[in-house]
Design a protein around this ligand. Sequence first.
Ligand code: FES
Length: 313
Amino acid sequence: MTARIVMKLEVVERIDLGDGVARATLRHPRRPALPAWTPGAHVDLRLPDGKVRQYSLIGDPDDLTTYTIAVKRDETGRGGSRLAHQILREGAIAHVSAPRNNFPLVPGRAVLIAGGIGATPLIAMARALARRGEDFAFHLCVRSEDSPFPTLVEAVCGDRLSVYRSSGADARRLDVAALLTGVPDDVHVYCCGPERLTVAVAEAAAGRSEEHVHFEVFAATSDENYKPEPFDVTIASTGQTYRVPADRSALDVLREQGFALPSSCELGVCGSCECGYVDGIVVHRDVVLKPSTRQHRMMLCVSRARVGVTLDL
Ligand code: FES
């Protein structure tokens, strides 16, 4: 595992697109090129209160002079997007990580399904698919006629876009089950959006192979009934064992013991703290790992174990 570098980037343009969405373009004050990225990647924006938020890169990966992100201001959220709107002012310096991609585009035909701000990781994918001449469709659900995302997406993929507005004169809802019934099993399905949409897509795609269904999630799933229990972590290379109390994470306990472990979201959504394990029954509480990977990898920030786990450290 390696820590991600954090860069101080200048906000060279900030445009308010409407419906609480701001688009910010970031440039390194001295370096002509930023670290490379691929469609579906995000960066971490470090906020002044110490919190970290992930934002997908919506620009063109062939142009590394700048990064472009879109931030939707959420008045009912935990405050991260409001703070991000405050700091992303033209001329300001933003602390931004190198890109990471938990949601890569793979070769093949594709159906892209997004809800609201969930369009952002799919915009760069749509651009790449269009350039490749790949067969794809983009289904975008938005709440209001004010949403800027239909315009942003249409600029990239033209008439491959279908928009579903839940209010206004032309309101209509996306029937995910009906949509996927007409999509062959070898087409890749990519989805990013609110939990209601991702659950609907997961249910409709339940019979498809894991390799053909891809999700990006930027909010931790809530499970108010979950009661954490203490457990032990053993370090495979040394045999040392540490107790993780019910109110702390394995990540916290291991850091306290001097392990230099990377992290970012600490919510189980970014993949930064992924670690291998060689023994134990893990209670996975992240939204990043694919089911097939959960047999040997875990996220130390949120996942726990029944009794104990031996980590590949
Ligand atoms: S720090 Fe983001 S998944 Fe653990």
